[in-house]
Design a protein around this ligand. Structure first.
Ligand code: AMP
Ligand code: MG
Length: 297
C-alpha cells in the first residue's frame, strides 16, 4: 500500500503532537522513568529497532524545517529561533540525546552550550547574565546542556545560595522566559527523568569501562546521595516554571531508545507549529540567468 510522502509526514506530525500532550504532565512523583508514553503498540517487541527507524525519519523532517528557519533568518524576514533546554541528573542522557536527536540537524544552524559551575566573572553577574549571552541567534536551534535551572537545582540542594536568593529565581525565570517567548523564541524544556537504579547502573558502567571512565566525576556520588532532595527541587521547578510561554516536558529516560524518540517528537511538534516555509526571494531571475549564460559563453 503506497501512501504519499505528504500523508506520511502529516501522520508523523499528528503523532508528535499527541506525544507532546502526553509528556506535558509534570507531576514528577507520579511519572515512571521506565514508562513509554505515546509509544504505539507493536505486534512484536521490536520497539528498539522501530524507534531507531522513526528517529531517522523524524530527523529528516526536523532538518527540513530547520533549514527553512535558517533560510528565513538569512533572508531577513524572520527572527524566530528555538531553544531546547535539557536538564537531568547525572547519567540522565543529555549527551546521548544531543548526539542522537540534535545530530540529525544541520550543524550550521545549531548552537550548543553546556553550563557548568559559573566562572568568577559569571558569579559577579546576575545568574541570567551568562544565559542571555548564550541565547541562539535568529534562525538557529539552540541547545542548552544544563541551564539557568541549575540555579534553583544544584544551588538549592548544595546550599550554594541562601533560600531567599534562590527562591525568588522561579519568578525571575518565568519573567525572563516570557519575554524571550514574546520576542520569538520557542522554548522547549525537557527533563530527562531516570530512576535511581538506572543511574546506579550507568555510573558503574562509567567506572568499569575505560572508554567511559573520563565521564566519571566522584562529585556525582555526592549528588546521588541527595537523590530525594533533587527530586523535590526538580518537582518544584516543574510545577513553578511550566508556563504556556515555556512549557516543561518530563521524558521518562530509563530506556534510551524511548528517550530519543520522545525528544525528536517534541522538537517536531514545536517546529511544525512554527508553520515554516522558504522565504520568497525577489530576484530578477531571467536577467541574472542571461548574465550567467553570457559569461559562460
Ligand atoms: P557536567 O554537565 O557533567 O559537565 O557537569 C556540570 C556540573 O556543573 C554539574 O555538576 C552541575 O550541577 C554544575 N553546575 C551547572 N550550573 C551550575 C550553577 N549555576 N551553579 C553551580 N553548579 C552548576
Ligand atoms: Mg554532577
Amino acid at each position: 500500500m503506497g501512501e504519499s510522502p505528504g500523508q506520511a509526514e502529516r501522520q508523523l506530525i499528528d503523532r508528535a503532537r499527541s506525544v507532546r500532550r502526553r509528556l506535558s504532565k509534570v507531576d514528577l512523583p507520579r511519572i515512571d522513568p521506565a514508562a513509554t508514553p505515546g509509544l504505539p503498540r507493536l505486534a512484536d517487541d521490536g520497539h528498539k529497532e522501530w524507534s531507531r527507524d522513526q528517529v531517522r525519519r523524524l530527523g529528516v523532517l526536523l532538518a527540513e524545517r530547520q533549514n527553512c528557519l535558517y533560510a528565513r533568518a538569512k533572508a531577513g524576514v524572520d527572527r524566530r529561533r528555538v531553544l531546547l533546554v535539557l536538564q537531568a541528573l547525572d547519567c540522565g542522557g543529555k549527551d546521548g540525546t544531543i548526539r542522537s536527536v540534535v545530530g540529525a540537524l544541520d550543524p550550521l544552524g545549531v548552537q550548543q552550550r553546556a553550563f557548568g559551575p559559573p566562572t568568577e566573572e559569571e558569579r559577579a553577574q546576575h545568574f541570567l547574565w551568562r544565559i542571555s549571552r548564550d541565547l541562539p541567534p535568529a534562525g538557529f536551534i539552540g541547545v542548552f546542556n544544563r541551564s539557568h535551572y541549575e540555579d534553583v537545582l544544584v544551588v538549592r540542594v548544595r546550599g550554594l545560595a541562601p533560600e531567599k536568593v534562590w527562591h525568588r529565581r522561579y519568578d525571575e525565570i518565568n519573567a525572563f522566559e516570557a519575554a524571550l517567548a514574546a520576542d520569538g523564541v520557542t522554548i522547549i524544556k525537557v527533563m530527562l527523568h531516570i530512576s535511581r537504579a538506572e543511574q546506579g547502573v550507568r555510573l558503574l558502567a562509567r567506572l568499569d569501562d575505560p572508554i567511559k571512565r573520563w565521564k566519571f566525576n566522584p562529585a556525582d556520588l555526592d549528588d546521588r546521595q541527595r537523590w530525594d532532595e533533587y527530586q523535590r527541587a526538580y518537582g518544584d521547578v516543574l510545577t513553578r516554571c511550566s508556563t504556556t510561554a515555556a512549557p516543561w516536558y518530563v521524558v521518562p529516560a530509563d530506556r534510551k531508545w524511548y528517550r530519543n524518540w520522545a525528544v525528536a517528537n517534541l522538537l517536531l511538534a514545536h517546529l511544525a507549529d512554527l508553520d515554516l516555509s522558504y522565504p520568497e526571494v525577489d530576484l530578477p531571475v531571467e536577467e541574472l540567468r542571461a548574465r550567467l549564460e553570457a559569461n559562460n559563453g
